[in-house]
Design a protein. Structure first.
Lengths: 271, 353
């Protein structure tokens, strides 16, 4: 009886995932074509068009957020694993990072709006990059720390014993040993913010035309999906499905890669 | 304990080069001087200075401290930008049902109500399922299923909110409107919880999509907590003649209950903050209805909906104050939940999901 219930629960959990994927592939694949990747959205009533501007916009925003989030996140992780191990400060930072991870993305959006958009006086790709970058920091910090903790002490001691300065040993020995894990951690954070919509609404605003200026409102894939999904036009709905399919393919690839790397045990040689 | 290790490493590192230098120069004199001194020169040219070490260390500390700075910065910015409404309405803001941007009257009660109702509905649906999944995965699943199932839950967690929303708008809403809601109205209509217009949008649909979204986090954390329960506990209960189910109930669930409560609270925190999917299916009306089929609005979705259109400063400030409330509440919820989960997994670094 009880095991039956547990199995039933498992099936009920898998069901929505299967439903979402089947529907995405069914609806998305039929609307996905070359034009989707090469054209910008057509006005209402004209069929066709694509999301080229949104894809490029997303890439720009994500590049900006990575420039901000990856170095700070990795450095924070290095501090937690290499310098602060077991100290009160490190525990407090670890705790804060976990808590920050749970702060809703929309709150980040408002904060960046008040911090960047309002003083500047206009929406911009830069503001979106800041919002997403801030969201990447706690995730990357925690995964970097976990990966560095797996590096055995003998390797650090060997480096120090050869007379390598500590900073050099951390950067070229410890960090390098753990780099596959850290890279996958970064990709996971990247995949997570790639689908974020809420913080982009009032930082990058969206744009129906070509723009690559980071000081101007710019289109972003999730934002465009949102705008098209709540519109009443069938053509736009089809574009939204196609966009969602592209987004989910990117994310599934990232997650599978992460799983492949971590399960293959790239870290095995180190630990 | 570990604090003593750090200075020790430094001592080793300071002593390392010197002792090597000493040994090296003796060896060089005897055997092959040029090669060794080249190695030494190479090492020294790599910046062997305590200045670089100190600088590097401080750089890392500053980056780590930036996490504190972010939290403080978000807090102060939100507090400062919501000054207008805080001065005008004070605490009444959270107990007033009137939300009238045109006349400049703002009360957040309808949104607080919406957030609470949808999140609790989501928990009601998600918690039994997540527990069932976690029990299945840790205690009874055959080995070959464990990996794929864990992967599927990971995938569920990675799907962006917007895609859940898209699916909800085009699949879940018609499904609820045409098949689920009529049944609920027919059999439970007398409770007045299921009455009024059947639009397919509203609290119930939002609760269902939220449940799907918070399932993975609850179940993966519950699984983590349950695996942390030592095997001796299970064996002891089994040795007393318990069945497998009794073993799970007494040996595992009871030992892990604090952590499970923690993961449920964490799921609640996620549900509070979820924005896009809910915005797309809740109907966006600032009203309080008893019926679960009625449309409403949540704190997060009202911000998403009205923020970019807010014309005057008071409206903007009201929305920011709702954001501030959301920020404080989620911080408190997450802090409590993390402490509970850590209490069970005994401070081992929790996995980041």
């Amino acid at each position: 009886m009880a095991s039956g219930l547990a199995i039933l629960a498992t099936i009920l959990v898998i069901l929505p995932l299967v439903a979402i994927f089947v529907y995405l592939i069914y609806m998305g694949a039929s609307s996905l074509n070359l034009a989707f990747f090469t054209q910008i959205p057509k006005p209402v009533g004209v069929s066709g068009g694509g999301m080229a501007n949104a894809i490029v916009g997303s890439a720009i925003i994500l590049a900006l957020s990575s420039i901000l989030g990856v170095p700070i996140g990795i450095s924070g992780g290095i501090f937690l694993a290499e310098f602060g191990r077991g100290t009160k400060l490190a525990n407090a930072i670890r705790f804060t990072a976990d808590v920050l991870n749970g702060v809703p993305s929309i709150v980040m959006g408002i904060a960046v709006y008040a911090l960047v958009v309002k003083p500047q006086g206009h929406f911009s790709a830069f503001a979106g990059g800041v919002a997403l970058g801030i969201m990447m920091i706690p995730t990357i910090t925690r995964t970097t720390e976990e990966m560095l903790l797996m590096v055995p002490h003998a390797i650090r001691e060997a480096a120090l014993g050869l007379g390598v300065p500590n900073w050099r040993s951390v950067l070229s020995i410890t960090l390098k040993t753990a780099s596959p894990g850290i890279i996958t951690g970064c990709m996971l954070a990247f995949a997570r913010v790639a689908g974020e919509t809420a913080p982009l609404i009032f930082t990058v605003l969206g744009n129906s035309f070509w723009s690559t200026n980071i000081n101007q409102p710019i289109a972003a894939l999730p934002l465009q999906i949102y705008v098209f999904a709540i519109s009443p036009y069938d053509d736009w709905h089809r574009l939204a499905w196609a966009g969602a399919l592209v987004l989910i393919i990117l994310i599934v690839l990232a997650v599978s890669l992460v799983r492949y790397v971590t399960s293959r045990g790239v870290m095995k040689g180190a630990s | 304990m570990t604090e003593t290790r750090i200075p020790k490493t430094q001592v080793e590192f300071q002593a390392g080069p010197e002792s090597e230098n000493g040994a090296g120069s003796e060896a060089t004199a005897a055997n092959v001087p040029p090669a060794i001194s080249e190695v030494r020169r190479f090492l020294l040219s790599r910046g062997n200075s305590s200045l670089a070490d100190g600088g590097f260390r401080w750089l890392m500390v500053i980056c780590a401290l930036s996490i504190f700075a972010i939290v403080v910065l978000i807090g102060t910015v939100l507090v400062r930008s919501s000054e207008l409404t805080r001065a005008k309405f004070g605490f009444k803001f959270f107990f007033d049902q009137m939300w009238d941007p045109v006349n400049g009257n703002f009360g957040a009660l309808p949104f607080i109500y919406g957030t609470l109702v949808t999140s609790l509905l989501a928990l009601l649906i998600a918690v039994p399922l997540a527990l069932g999944l976690a029990i299945f995965l840790t205690e009874m699943s055959p080995k070959f299923l464990r990996g794929p199932l864990a992967f599927i839950t990971e995938l569920l967690a990675a799907i962006p909110s917007i895609i859940y929303g898209l699916w909800a708008v085009f699949v879940l809403v018609p499904l609820m409107r045409d098949h689920v809601n009529p049944i609920l109205i027919r059999f439970f209509g007398w409770t007045t919880l299921f009455s009024g217009d059947n639009l397919g949008l509203g609290f119930l649909t939002s609760g269902v999509i939220l449940a799907v979204m918070i399932l993975p986090i609850i179940s993966s954390l519950t699984r983590e907590v349950m695996t942390a329960v030592p095997h001796s506990q299970r064996e002891a209960v089994l040795a007393l003649g318990a069945t497998r189910w009794e073993m799970i109930r007494v040996g595992v669930l009871r030992n892990a209950r604090i952590g499970i409560v923690g993961s449920i609270i964490l799921g609640l925190g996620r549900a509070f903050g979820e924005t896009m999917a809910v915005t797309m299916v809740i109907g966006n009306t600032p009203e309080i209805h008893k019926s679960l089929l009625a449309t409403g609005n949540t704190m997060a979705s009202v911000i998403a909906n009205e923020f970019s259109e807010a014309a005057d400063d008071l409206h903007l400030s009201a929305l920011i104050e709702i954001g501030l409330a959301l920020f404080i509440v989620t911080i408190i919820i997450n802090a409590i939940a993390r402490l509970l989960v850590w209490a069970v997994t005994s401070g081992a670094p929790a996995r980041v999901n």
